[in-house]
Design a protein around this ligand. Structure first.
Ligand code: AHR
Length: 497
């Protein structure tokens, strides 16, 4: 495949927030995940320092919290203050101790160096509870909630900029689900209240690539919201928890822009395509495994609905298929960087996350290395690119998925290139006017089913220097690999921390 790009033909500026993450009060994401008091690896607040360090290494820009379905029955007021009662989490049918609440989340984000993004309860919650939460976080000292934050030992406002109205309130599985007309009206009134508290916040509203839902949302609330929130999972475990294999996964990378294309069309139709941005604020190849709870008939025993969730922790599930898929998804976000300004990997820690925790440490799963490469080595501008002599897999999908980025400050280039082929190498000929030394950093694993686990490292970032760049240079990509090819003058190339 021959790859062309011109620094004067840019798609747009890549928002760092497309490398964002999500944490939910589900299974082991919070408790024994990021929050593990008593573990020697945790700090004085009970937060896992090894997790924080790993998230800092991938420059985590933003974390969405506390859900997800969890939030649709979450009462944030019970998660602050000195006396916190444990509650029964009706969404996931487990007890939540409330030890980890708003103050702890904000502290975790400060330690990680990322923006907090709070999703509010539009299921059982009220629009007043949503705006009270904004008062608690963002008012200096006016009113009872800002004073409560100060009384809880946090004098300075948290200045939380990003807020979401609801989670997937369109879905029958969501507690407190809403109809399309209800949702449009609720979003307007919630937005008015929340922005009356702090007009500087940016609001997203739960949506999907559905015309009826979005027509009601945009007709009623288009003037009040700044983001439209969509979610995507592509491989749902069978009832027994089995996941699709590599070749099946690669087929799923053929139309990753489907939802973005539909939402973009609706936003343009309503004339708000330049105002409202897309937040893909939950995405993962793998749907989470939680049988007999998103159903009408609920599981009756813990063997039915609770213990099977431990299957999410099987590290052998997360192979090069996950890394190749995730890189293709992020490439899609970059190709749409004019409108996709946030994406949140779902989740960051445990369940299907890129980091797995156990009592003595962490496992960096294959997807972690995609963020390690992309967040550290790609440029700020995404260039329009075109190809000739493309090669295709038997299923008709392009063998190589490439995005060209440019560093506006240094004039360097970095190409994100994925070889989808599970067996064969793939050649990419660079036909770009550039100068500098060429270095390729990549992950590929021993084979397409490679994975990392406790005391098992099959996937890590490797790098090779390829000499001075010449236009027409041919580079060979390993099978099932995610690569960043840098063209940079000596000493000006970014690095992996
Ligand atoms: O499977 C986890 C759930 O996926 C999240 O809680 C929800 O937002 C989405 O449906």
């Amino acid at each position: 495949m021959k790859l062309y790009a011109d620094k004067n033909k840019a798609i747009g500026e890549k928002s760092p927030m497309i490398f964002g993450h999500f944490l939910e009060h589900f299974h082991r994401q919070i408790y024994s995940g990021v929050y593990d008091p008593g573990n020697p690896l945790s700090d004085e607040e009970g937060m896992r320092t090894d997790v924080i360090e790993a998230l800092r290494k991938i420059k985590t820009p933003i974390i969405r919290w506390p859900g997800g379905c969890f939030v649709s029955t979450y009462n944030w007021k019970k998660g602050v203050g000195k006396n916190r009662a444990a509650v029964f989490d009706k969404s996931w049918r487990v007890e939540d101790t409330n030890e980890f609440g708003t103050d702890e989340f904000i502290s975790f984000c400060k330690k990680t160096g990322c923006e907090p993004y709070i999703c509010t309860n539009a299921g059982t919650g009220t629009i007043e509870e949503m705006s009270d939460w904004v008062e608690y976080c963002n008012l200096e000292n006016e009113g009872e909630y800002a004073k409560a934050r100060i009384g809880n030992g946090h004098k300075e406002p948290y200045s939380v900029k990003y807020w979401s109205i609801g989670n997937e309130n369109y879905g029958s599985w969501e507690l407190g689900a809403k109809s399309a007309p209800e949702w449009g009206r609720l979003t307007v009134e919630a937005a008015k209240l929340m922005k009356h508290v702090d007009p500087s916040i940016e609001l997203s509203s739960a949506a999907l690539a559905d015309i009826d839902w979005n027509v009601n949302l945009l007709k009623n609330a288009g003037r009040y919201i700044d983001w439209i929130s969509i979610h995507g999972y592509w491989d749902f475990p069978s009832q027994g928890g089995e996941l699709s294999d590599y070749d099946k996964i690669i087929e799923k990378t053929g139309n990753l822009d489907d939802a973005v294309r539909k939402v973009r069309g609706l936003l343009d139709a309503f004339g708000v395509g330049k105002k409202i941005k897309i937040a893909y604020d939950e995405w993962n190849l793998r749907g989470w495994y939680h049988p007999n709870v998103h159903t009408i008939e609920q599981g009756r025993t813990k063997e039915d609905y609770l213990y099977p969730r431990d299957k999410n922790d099987l590290n052998s599930s997360y192979t090069m298929a996950d890394a190749v898929f995730s890189a293709c998804f992020l490439n899609m976000c970059m190709r749409n960087c004019d409108i996709v300004k946030m994406a949140n990997f779902s989740p960051a820690v445990n369940t299907r996350g890129c980091i797995f925790t156990y009592k003595d440490g962490i496992v960096l799963r294959s997807t972690y290395f995609v963020f390690l490469l992309y967040a550290n080595l790609l440029g700020d501008i995404v260039l329009d690119e075109w190809e000739t002599e493309s090669m295709y897999l038997q299923n008709g999908i392009k063998k190589t998925d490439a995005v060209v980025t440019y560093f506006s400050e240094t004039g360097n280039y970095a190409i994100a290139a994925v070889n989808r082929d599970g067996e064969a190498e793939s050649d990419i000929t660079l036909c770009i006017d550039a100068s500098g030394d060429v270095e390729i950093s990549y992950i590929s694993g021993a084979d397409k089913d490679s994975f990392n686990d406790i005391d098992r490292t099959e996937i890590e970032v490797l790098s090779e220097k390829l000499g001075r760049y010449e236009k027409g240079m041919k580079i060979t990509l390993k099978p099932h690999s995610v690569n960043v090819i840098s063209i940079a003058e000596i000493g000006t190339r970014g690095g992996i921390r």
